[in-house]
Design a protein around this ligand. Structure first.
Ligand code: CUV
Length: 673
């Protein structure tokens, strides 16, 4: 039976993406979307029932009771595959954190060209968590000691990684009781690999316990370190105006798209692009200047700190090149499609790899080194500018949307109360009164198996109607940005009455962009601060909040989901479950699915579920939020109670004659009555 081919409109909900997909079709160029149509997923592998950890296999288990050559059961194989994916995700995030810590060390010692400590206040706050002396010491001295402490977390062999102490007290106790406090970031990842070698750990429950430990080493270790150090070196994000979508590319400028994850490189390219030397160089090449933009989480990093526009999310990396207007795509690590090089051959675009860890055959490699960062960044930009003359026909979709990103947990704390009384009190109060029904963190990737951006934006919009405050990171945040949901005024007509009041009173969009994937740790911090503020329980599992990754695809997403569950959150993934078994076929193995949902809920209060249908996702989210509200003894959510105060109401009142206004506000009789 011939497989159904989707149309550009079915591939993506984003008009800019659709336009480029039509161009791709006209030019006869394949993309991840068309390849997804051509490639039927292996149903044994996608259900987690293929084992290829040794040379006796791969063993494809297809029905209940079947085993691999060594005797491994479906349950064991599913648990092993899952922990391996989590370990890879945790390794990716944590290695990013390690590189950031080394950059901090180099900057503190004056050995990193172009880097300096931009956020001394955050440096002092973070140092304070670890009892590092701050009084009377220079930022460099403090940074040196903090960098040493952070670098040591990766290779630590015994004890507990230091950042764990930033979790709620009660949560730390849970982890201690369950024996999942991570000893060292690298150690847990290595052990995950050891345990899944042929002939090692074969008890699914025991394997999954270590999956939790590995993920915690990411969320409360490597990723948290990455976020901390990025803020210290490049500034803690605060609201800033930005733009998103392919329409940010400029026809008369040299377009350089940075793609990947680590802000060390992208921040330096931002700095280099603003030097007179580079601006002159671009003008000499006949361009008006250099237009920088980002893809994926690199986009998020420079968007929220510098307001550099985002060209798009994961599934737009190919589409940006399809415009013909990109002189260079500069990549570092993670989420970089191998297809880029072949695709770029149809245009003049140069793919420039920069990480010693990531090379693509056929790409230009200009290795990045933080000791000479500014010089290297300038060289990269000159390479792009030199390529401007080779441009052929271009087509840039005229589609872009403004947005306000930059809601770090520090800023959220500040915005709620101002500098003298910054606190989470107003947020807690709003949740307690029911103005805000609960919080949803909608995060994660795009996946060409589903319609690009559809699940993200559908779920987000439904949450807002239900008075659920939404926080976002990663490619999900870029999806909402493109829809205009990260802009106060644009979103508020689609928002429930209570949440609308809160947004108007504080002056925030109903969807808060909190950063890149490693910045999901900011969400952990927000949840911790909500708990510490009081009134919403004494641990994260009591907060009416849910995490969602509707279009997930990366192993990092699995690690994030798992550390959020271990921290007490209900986490819902869309798409297919990597541990589903084949319920409608020959196997109904659901032991592992049960262990990561009800099993983990019993132990940690959080659970991981895979729900493909967005309406089911929404239903499960709201049920969970309402259940947590009831458990806290909070009033039942009732949208009719709100929407009568706030700015909108004031504007209505202001339009009335004075006498009627008084009557409306104070219930006084109207003069002349
Ligand atoms: Ni790190 S991991 S596709 S860029 S969110 Fe985007 Fe985000 Fe997933 Fe990758």
């Amino acid at each position: 039976m011939a497989k159904k081919k989707r149309t550009p409109q079915e591939f993506s909900t984003d008009p800019a993406a659709q336009e480029m997909l039509i161009r791709a079709e006209e030019l006869g160029i394949g993309t991840a979307f068309t390849r997804a149509d051509d490639m039927a997923p292996c149903n044994i592998g996608s259900a987690g029932m293929c084992c290829k950890i040794c040379g006796m296999g791969p063993c494809r288990l297809t029905k209940d009771g079947s085993t691999g050559i060594c005797g491994a059961t479906i349950d064991t194989i599913q648990a092993r595959n899952l922990i391996r994916a989590i370990a890879a995700g945790a390794a990716a995030h944590s290695d990013h954190g390690r590189d950031m810590a080394f950059t901090l060390k180099a900057a503190a010692n004056g050995e990193a060209e172009g880097y300096y400590i931009r956020d001394v206040a955050k440096l002092r706050t973070v140092a304070g968590y670890y009892d590092i002396e701050v009084e009377g010491r220079s930022p460099e001295e403090i940074a040196n000691e903090l960098a040493d402490l952070y670098i040591a977390q990766f290779g630590q062999q015994k004890g507990v990684i230091a950042p764990i102490r930033r979790a709620p007290k009660k949560r730390q106790k849970v982890w201690e009781e369950q024996g999942v406090l991570p000893r060292g970031v690298d150690r847990e990842t290595v052990e995950a690999l050891h345990r899944t070698h042929i002939g090692d750990d074969q008890d699914p429950e025991h394997i999954l316990q270590h999956a939790i430990k590995t993920a915690l080493a990411d969320g409360w270790g490597g990723s948290l370190i990455a976020t901390d150090v990025s803020d210290i070196l490049f500034g803690t994000p605060a609201p800033i105006l930005g733009q998103a979508n392919l329409g940010v590319l400029k026809a008369d400028m040299v377009n350089v798209v940075v793609h990947g994850h680590e802000p060390t490189l992208s921040e330096m390219i931002v700095a280099a692009s603003q030097t007179p030397e580079i601006i002159e160089y671009a003008k000499a090449a006949g361009a008006k200047g250099v237009q920088l933009s980002g893809i994926c989480c690199t986009a998020n990093e420079i968007l929220m700190r510098q307001g550099i526009p985002a060209a798009g999310n994961f599934l737009q990396q190919e589409l940006s090149i399809m415009t013909g207007a990109v002189e260079a795509m500069v990549v570092d690590v993670q989420c970089i499609m191998q297809a880029l090089v072949g695709l770029a051959e149809n245009f003049h675009t140069k793919i420039i790899t920069t990480s010693p860890k990531v090379k693509l055959k056929g790409a230009t490699h200009i290795q990045f080194d933080e000791h000479h960062a500014l010089t290297i960044a300038k060289n990269i930009l000159k390479e792009a500018i030199d390529n401007y003359k080779n441009r052929g026909s271009i087509q840039i979709p005229d589609v872009r949307e403004d947005l306000i990103p930059g809601f770090s947990h520090e800023y959220i704390n500040y915005m709620l109360g101002g500098s003298y009384r910054s606190s989470f009190r107003p947020l807690n109060d709003a949740i307690m009164s029911g103005r805000i029904r609960g919080v949803a963190a909608i995060v994660g990737c795009n996946n060409p198996r589903s319609q690009h951006d559809y699940l993200h934006t559908y779920v987000t919009k439904e949450m807002l109607k239900q008075d659920v405050l939404v926080v976002e990171t990663g490619c999900g945040a870029i999806a909402s940005a493109k829809l205009g949901l990260l802009l106060g005024e644009a979103g508020l007509d689609q928002v429930g009455p209570g949440l609308k009041e809160v947004c108007e009173a504080i002056g925030i969009p109903p969807v808060l962009h909190m950063g890149s994937c490693v910045d999901n740790t900011r969400i952990l911090t927000v949840l911790t601060q909500i708990v510490e503020e009081g009134g919403l329980g004494d641990d994260i599992d009591q907060v009416p909040a849910v995490g969602l990754a509707p279009e997930w695809m990366s192993e990092k997403a699995l690690s994030i989901g798992t550390y959020c569950v271990a921290s007490g959150a209900y986490v819902i993934f869309g798409g297919t479950s990597p541990v589903s078994g084949m319920p409608d076929k020959v196997s109904d193995s659901d032991l592992v699915s049960g262990l990561i949902s009800e099993g983990w809920e019993e132990l940690y209060g959080g659970k991981l579920e895979f729900i493909a249908d967005p309406d089911e996702m929404i239903k499960a989210t709201l049920e969970h939020i309402d259940k947590k509200r009831a458990a806290l003894g909070l009033p039942e959510y009732d949208p009719k109670r709100f929407g009568e105060s706030g700015d909108a109401r004031m504007l209505e009142l202001e339009a009335l004659p004075l006498s009627e206004r008084k009557a409306a506000i104070y219930g006084l009789p109207v003069a002349g009555d």
